[in-house]
Ligand binder design. Sequence first.
Ligand code: ATR
Length: 280
Amino acid sequence: MVLVTNKVGVIGWPVTHSISPAMHNAAFKALGLNDWQYELAPVPPDIVGPSLRMLRDEGGFIGVNVTVPLKEKVMSFVLADDRARSVGAVNTIDFRSNVGTNTDVVGLIDDLQAHHITLAGAKVIVLGAGGAARAAVYGLAKAGAQVIVVNRTQQKAQVMLADLTMSAGIRSADVKTLDEAAEENASLIVNCTSVGLWPKVDESPWIEGVPFPKGVTVYDTVYRPERTLLMQQVEAHGGQAIGGLGMLVRQGAAAFKIWTHQDPPVEVMFEAAKAALVLK
Ligand code: ATR
């Protein structure tokens, strides 16, 4: 029996549905990192500070991922890097340095690049104005895209862009209505709303009857179900669709590299995540 000397995991409340343990533990195994283990660590929002200290000082944790609803809360307990501060959320912590970063941004941009999607100079519609949208707008704008944000509550989108201009100097983004955005010659639509997420699989953030931009690709950050209604809609109109599992895998891969300093086996992680998703 090999002793687990390097623990990592995910904190959140709840964390029971996470597929990250399956993904990371498969990666450790593939690289022969037998003394590494990824665990679920449920942490209630009112005891985030003491819990982080306990995981680090007594739990033997090297670092953690952070999920809902703690991504903003942990910021006051770590040294948030520029990206995490700009996005306003930390999803990965390295306890050895106490640095918190945001690999959700990396996950999205890496997965778009893996699908050979050009971002520099491209027009991209982002649906949503919550935490996921903020990370997406930041990453897309930094990659040189012109971003159009559409959100049910338009004022929230305006506040988000004002914040991103202040925190990261982002100016290449506007807020529009869905009808206005649909008229733009966008090459990519990124869904950052939770609309279409299981079990409400018959909902879509794209209102039926609004035409899709010609030849557009939809990237749906929703990965449960694997094929959302939005993805089906755009394919029915001659566009392309990509589900968000790759983003989840690649944000995990980026965290894996931070903790282990090894190149992550992305394919192994993808297969493990996919298998775990079917089981959940
Ligand atoms: P996350 O941090 O995962 O992005 P969030 O902050 O709750 O989650 O944001 C959810 C996003 O989905 C928001 O943009 C929300 O729109 P509002 O700002 O108008 O609330 C969007 N959303 C959720 N349910 C929706 C629905 N039924 N129709 C349209 N947009 C919806």
